[in-house]
Design a protein around this ligand. Structure first.
Ligand SMILES: [Zn+2]
Length: 414
């Protein structure tokens, strides 16, 4: 690399790897299997458009190349923002270009995270909150406001659920927290991403988008190729947006626990419609074919995430008979459905659960599925034994970080 940066991560890729050119500064690399390479090249064809949007919003792309490498299914994350060559899970290849959202996220890290890096993990939100905000701005420009609103809605639900996960340890619901003596993998959550996003959105709402866009550009230009902390960000904010501390409670946002009262659940027609359909399911009404005609993965994901954790088993099978969610090629949809099936104790889906847990190692899927199987006590012995058996058989195929996550779920609930 020509750009000197403090190295905090080394990434190696070894294998029989082929590539396809998808843009003037982007090649897609993947296992040298034609079908995989073709699918990847198709899915990521829009990458150059996204880079241009990013440059318009955040300033020049400073890293030369932006290549993508598709990893085997055991890769534990959605993506990793290694400068010049992003690593991606193969689960983002869905065949409908919706995987672009993860690429947008990793691309956004070219400015926030790679150009400006958090000084220590206590300030991780500076990397991830900013990147989640930047990702959604890129998605909005490329895929439209509706898709961006869906992503914000999925993120909002996730933030609310994450707060529940930490109800016995609220320290890690703070943006700025103290991780001394803590393994960052143990407390990894959506808080730095979604609460960080909400904080930046709150500032944007206060000063207006045009002023906020100008502020972000200035922020990136001022701190690029530096590592900073939350206090440096707040000082810069107060210096460049005079009086902001009187309008937005910066201390509550950065040092308080939980979700601040002035955070905002998204408002958009599509979001409101899907959430209200999910609420109607609780009264036994399934969405009609007409209502779901235009739905893709993200619409289904938002719908399923907003259903209660458990319903009548017959409702689960009826929903699946009609919409074949357990067979979805989109893991976000499949896993959200399987969580509902486990929560409702629909054991006929446990073979699909087992297959899923054995074919992917992305923690985004392992964590909710194993948690759904082992949490709670009353009469769940069968599920607990099942979870332990599947893990014993799949363990070797998981990345060590993912193994640790499953083990910590077991030690909390078993
Ligand atoms: Zn990230």
């Amino acid at each position: 690399m020509e750009q000197p940066i403090p190295p905090y991560l080394f990434a190696f890729a070894v294998g029989e790897i082929g590539c396809r050119e998808v843009g003037p500064r982007t090649k897609v690399f993947a296992e040298s299997v034609l079908a995989v390479l073709d699918a990847a090249a198709k899915e990521f064809a829009g990458t150059e458009d996204m880079i241009r949007v990013g440059e318009k919003l955040f300033g020049e792309y400073d890293w030369g190349r932006f290549d993508l490498l598709v990893l085997p299914p055991s890769f534990p994350y959605g993506g990793m923002e290694n400068p010049r060559m992003v690593f991606l899970t193969p689960t983002v290849i869905k065949g409908d270009a919706s995987g672009a959202q993860v690429v947008a996220h990793e691309l956004a890290h070219s400015w926030t995270g790679n150009l400006i890096t958090n000084k220590t993990n206590d300030h991780f939100w500076l990397n991830e909150g900013f990147t989640t905000y930047a990702e959604r701005r890129i998605v909005e420009a490329v895929q439209g406001e509706d898709i961006a609103a869906l992503n914000i809605g999925i993120g909002w639900k996730c933030l609310v659920d994450t707060m529940e996960r930490f109800n016995d340890n609220m320290e890690f619901t703070k943006l700025l927290n103290n991780q001394e003596g803590v393994d960052p993998d143990d407390i990894y959550s959506e808080v730095p991403y979604e609460k960080g996003f909400q904080f930046l959105l709150r500032i944007e709402r206060q000063i207006g988008r045009a002023a906020f866009d100008e502020f972000i550009k200035k922020y990136i230009a001022a701190f690029k190729f530096q590592s900073i902390d939350t206090h440096m960000f707040l000082d810069f904010l107060k210096a460049n947006v005079p009086g902001i501390e009187n309008d937005v409670d910066l201390k509550t946002w950065t040092e308080g626990t939980g979700i601040p009262p002035d955070a905002m659940e998204p408002v958009s027609n599509i979001y409101t419609k899907i959430v209200s359909l999910a609420n109607e399911f609780k009264q036994g009404r399934m969405p009609s074919e007409e209502e779901v005609a235009s739905w893709h993965g993200q619409q289904w994901e938002l719908y399923l995430e907003n259903l209660p954790k458990s319903v009548e088993a017959s409702q689960v099978t009826a929903l699946d008979c009609r919409y074949r969610l357990s067979e979805s090629r989109d893991y976000e949809v499949k896993v959200a459905f399987l969580q509902l099936a486990i929560g409702s104790r629909c054991s006929e889906y446990y073979n699909v659960v087992e297959k899923t847990l054995k074919e992917v190692g992305r923690m985004k899927y392992l964590r909710p599925l194993y948690t759904a199987l082992v949490q709670g006590n009353a009469g769940k012995e069968e599920e607990k034994i099942f979870a332990q058996r599947v893990f014993a058989e799949a363990r070797e195929t998981y990345h060590p970080i993912a193994q640790g996550v499953v083990e910590s779920i077991f030690s909390k609930h078993l």
